[in-house]
Write a protein that binds this ligand. Sequence first.
Ligand code: AMP
Ligand code: MG
Length: 357
Amino acid sequence: MDPAREGMNSSANGRNEARWIVRTIAALVLVVATGLLLRWQAGRQIVSLSGSIHETMGTLAQIVVVAPKSIAQRCVDEGLAEMDRIDRVMSDYKNDSELSRVNREAFREKVIVSEELYSILQTSVEYSRLSHGAFDITVGPLVDLWRKAGQRDQPPSEEEIHQTRSKVGYEKLQLEPLDRSVRFRVDGMRLDLGAIGKGYAVDKALEIVRRNGAKSGMVNLGGNIRCFNGSDGKDRPWVIGIRDPQDEMDYLLRLKVKDFALATSGDYMRYVVVHGQKINHILNPATSGAAGELCSVTILAPTGIQADALSTTVTVLGKGKGLALVESLADVEAILIASDDPKTLVQSSGAAPFIDF
Ligand code: AMP
Ligand code: MG
């Protein structure tokens, strides 16, 4: 073979090899770049994600977010995890919760609590003062009394009611801001945050969803709902149905809300039956009996904690005093259904703009 030609061939072979390597690298770069681009686009793609139903705080939770696809699931998961965390602090069922420790120890000695628990106890007492005791987280012993009455199908005796009353009353709860301590003035007291904790949890979960970068979102925890921005990520309000108290498959009206919270307290979800009579789980501390005048109270308010606390408060106060309280508060509206007229809606003076016809 001609060495010159051979040299030529070998240099041509070398050039071909070099070209092949360059083309392969270019192709690889293109594949990687396309993959990255697709992932980037997927990350920026805005999706509406409705998380699956999650059991927490003795009820069901759901979070809906409009968010970039890459973070939507995280928004939902971290929002739900936040509610679980709050349950571990505020549950009166879980023995190892911070609240249960207070319930066990606060009569014997003062209990220093977290800022979070202290703050919700303080807020609860503010609602007690506002409602002259209609809202009262010290109802725990009364709730127990009626639960036992339901189990044995026998109303509590006068004596039992008398004894229980002595353990109920927010003025018997001593809160000391200097060291954030809690103390019970009477033995056997028990705090129950069932009327305010869920609204608080909704606020905290929504804060997490928002902080994680969602464009909009809605958190629902057993009828305590709060949303921010529109259901389309822009301006369209979220539409929420108010359940017909007599038919769980139907709703009586729809509300449209944006950047607002609402909570419904009803006598149809939780109650005990004694001698065939339904006893609402919301109790009137003044009578020690069930709050029976209203079978559904929906409160619209800027935050979940306000809506939750006030829906329970208005249920206890009844239609007249309840509406008067709502009218006295800025940015708070109510839609009530009376137990003896369950197809008629009673609304506060500023509720109309929220109603979706
Ligand atoms: P809600 O569903 O938010 O109205 O809360 C009802 C729960 O709050 C009940 O299941 C009780 O645990 C508790 N509760 C009952 N009566 C009262 C009351 N008068 N004030 C505060 N909490 C109450
Ligand atoms: Mg409530």
